[in-house]
Design a protein around this ligand. Sequence first.
Ligand code: HEC
Ligand code: HEC
Ligand code: HEC
Ligand code: HEC
Ligand code: HEC
Ligand code: HEC
Ligand code: HEC
Ligand code: HEC
Length: 315
Amino acid sequence: MNLLFRYVAAVTVGVLLVVPGSSLAVDLILTPEHGGGSAWELSECAACHPINFIHRKVPDIRDIVQRKGYESCSGCHGDNGTGEQRQCRICHNSDDLPTSPHLDGFNRHAFIGIEGDQECVTCHQASDMDGVFELNRDLTQFAAPVGHTQRYFNTSEFCLRCHNRDHQIPGFEIEGKDFRDPLIAMEDNYNRVDFHGRRPGHTGRTYSGLRADYRYPDVVECTDCHDMHATDNPALLIDRQQKGASRLFENRSGGDRSIEIFEGEFAQLCVICHRMEANIEEAMLDTGNGLSGVHQSSGDCLACHRHGLGAQSGL
Ligand code: HEC
Ligand code: HEC
Ligand code: HEC
Ligand code: HEC
Ligand code: HEC
Ligand code: HEC
Ligand code: HEC
Ligand code: HEC
C-alpha cells in the first residue's frame, strides 16, 4: 500500500508541474525510485507486473501492449537502469501504426553513430504516447542558448537547437560545412532571411497567393516541408501532402497529392500550398501531380529559390 501511495503521489506532482495551457503530460520513464528503489535495474518486469493487471486506466494502450508483450515496456517506461535498447518500431511500424508516423519512404533523419530505435529516442526521449502530439513532452528538450527560454513554442525551434552555427548540441555537432550550408545556416536564414520564416518586415501582412483551403499563418514550420521519418525525396522533403503541409484543411479529410522532386525541381512541392492569383507565365500548367498555380511548373528552381537567398526570390 505504501508503495502504491508513493506512485499516486508522484503522478499528482507531475500533474501540478504541467505548464498551464498544455494538456496533461505525464513522464512515464522509470527512475531509481521505482518500487521504492528495489525494482530499479531489474529487467524481468513479468515477475512483479502480470500483464493482465496493468494499464486498466489507460485502455488506449492496453491492447497493443498485451499483443506486443514485455519486450515493449522499455518503449514507454525507459530501460529501468538496465542499459537495454528501448523498443519503438515493435509498435511504430507499417502494420501496427501505419500513420503514426508515416513510415513509407527510404530516407529519414538519421544521426551518425546512432543505431536502431535509439534514433527515435534521440528526438523523442520521453513521449507519453497519449495520441496527442505535445511539443514539450513528446520532443526531447535540447538545451537553448544561455538566456533563452528552454520551452519550445513550435517545432522549428526544436530543429534550430541543432541547425545553427554557434550553439550546437554537444554530441550532435555539424562539422566541416560551408558557412552558407543550410545545415548550419538555418537559424539565421529562418529568423532573418527566409520568406517562410520570420524575415523582418514580412510579418503583419497577409500574403494571398495560397490555395483556398490554407489556414494562413505567416510562418511555415520546417516539418511542413521536411519529413523526419520516411520520404523518397532528397533533402528529406515530403513526398506527399499528408507528410507535411499541416495547415491545409484538406489534409484532415484525408486529401493527398504525391510530390516528386528531382535535383532542384520543386514545383510539385510549392504547388501544394501556393496558387498564384494571376494566370501569368505557367500558372495554368499542371506540375505533374494534378495541381497548377506556380509561375514555373517544371525545371530547376534552385537558382532563385533556396534557403538563405535574400534578394527578390528565396524560400
Ligand atoms: C521486484 C518487483 C518489480 C519488478 C521486477 C519491476 N517492478 Fe515496476 N514496480 C514495482 C513496484 C512495487 C511498484 C510500485 C507499486 C505499483 O504501482 O505496482 C512498481 C511501479 C511501476 C510503475 C509505476 C511508476 C513508478 O515508478 O512507480 C511502472 C511504470 C513500472 N513499475 C514498470 C516496470 C517495468 C517496465 C519493469 C521491467 C523493466 C518493472 N516495472 C519491473 C515492482 C517491480
Ligand atoms: C505505449 C506506452 C506504454 C507501454 C509500451 C507500456 N506502458 Fe505501462 N503505462 C503507460 C501509461 C500511459 C501508464 C499510465 C500512467 C499514468 O496513469 O500516470 C502506464 C502505467 C503503468 C504502470 C502503473 C499503473 C498501472 O496501470 O498498472 C505499470 C506497473 C506499468 N505501466 C507497467 C508496464 C509494463 C510491465 C509494460 C510492458 C509489458 C508497460 N507498462 C508498457 C504506457 C505504457
Ligand atoms: C530528427 C528528429 C526525429 C526523429 C529521428 C524521429 N522523429 Fe518522430 N517526430 C519528430 C517531429 C519534429 C515530430 C512532429 C511532426 C510534425 O509536427 O509534423 C514527430 C512526430 C512523431 C509522431 C507523431 C505522429 C506524426 O507523424 O506527427 C510519432 C508517432 C513519431 N514522431 C514517432 C517516431 C518514431 C517511432 C521514430 C523512430 C522510427 C521517430 N519518430 C524519429 C522528430 C523526429
Ligand atoms: C506498445 C506499443 C508502443 C511502443 C513500444 C512505442 N509506442 Fe509510441 N505510441 C504508441 C501508441 C499506441 C501511440 C498513440 C498513437 C496515436 O493514437 O496516434 C504512440 C504515440 C507516439 C508518439 C506521438 C505523441 C503522442 O503522445 O501520442 C510518439 C512521438 C511516440 N509514440 C514515440 C515513440 C518512441 C520514440 C518509442 C520508443 C522509445 C515508442 N513510441 C514506443 C505505441 C507504442
Ligand atoms: C539533435 C540535433 C538535431 C535536431 C534536433 C535536428 N537535426 Fe537535422 N540534422 C542533424 C545532424 C547532425 C544532421 C547530419 C548533418 C551531417 O550531414 O553531418 C542533420 C541533417 C538534417 C538534414 C539533411 C538530411 C539529408 O539527408 O539531406 C535536414 C533536411 C535536417 N537535418 C532537418 C531537420 C529538421 C527539419 C529538424 C526538426 C524537425 C531537425 N533537422 C532536427 C541534427 C539535428
Ligand atoms: C529566375 C529566377 C526564378 C526561377 C528559376 C524560379 N522562380 Fe519562382 N519566383 C521568382 C521571383 C522573383 C519570385 C517573386 C518573389 C517575391 O514575391 O518577392 C518568385 C516567386 C515564386 C513563388 C511565390 C509565388 C508568388 O506569386 O510570389 C513560387 C511558389 C515560386 N516562385 C515557385 C517557383 C518554382 C516551382 C520554380 C521552379 C520550377 C521557380 N519558382 C523558379 C523567381 C524565380
Ligand atoms: C507548407 C506550405 C508551403 C509550401 C510547401 C511552400 N510555401 Fe511558399 N509560402 C507559404 C506561406 C504560408 C507563405 C506566406 C509567408 C508570409 O506571409 O510571410 C509563403 C510565401 C512564399 C514566398 C513569398 C511570396 C511573397 O510575395 O511574399 C515565396 C517566394 C515562396 N513562398 C516560395 C515558395 C517556393 C519556391 C516553394 C517550393 C519550394 C514554396 N514556397 C513552398 C507556404 C508554403
Ligand atoms: C517551404 C518549404 C520549406 C520550409 C518551411 C523549410 N525548408 Fe528546408 N528546404 C526546402 C527546400 C526546397 C530545400 C532544398 C533547397 C535548398 O537546399 O535550399 C531545403 C533544404 C534544407 C536543408 C539542406 C538539406 C541538404 O540535404 O543539404 C536543410 C538542412 C533544411 N532545409 C533545414 C530546414 C529547417 C531546419 C527548416 C526550419 C527552420 C526548414 N528547412 C524549413 C524547403 C523548406
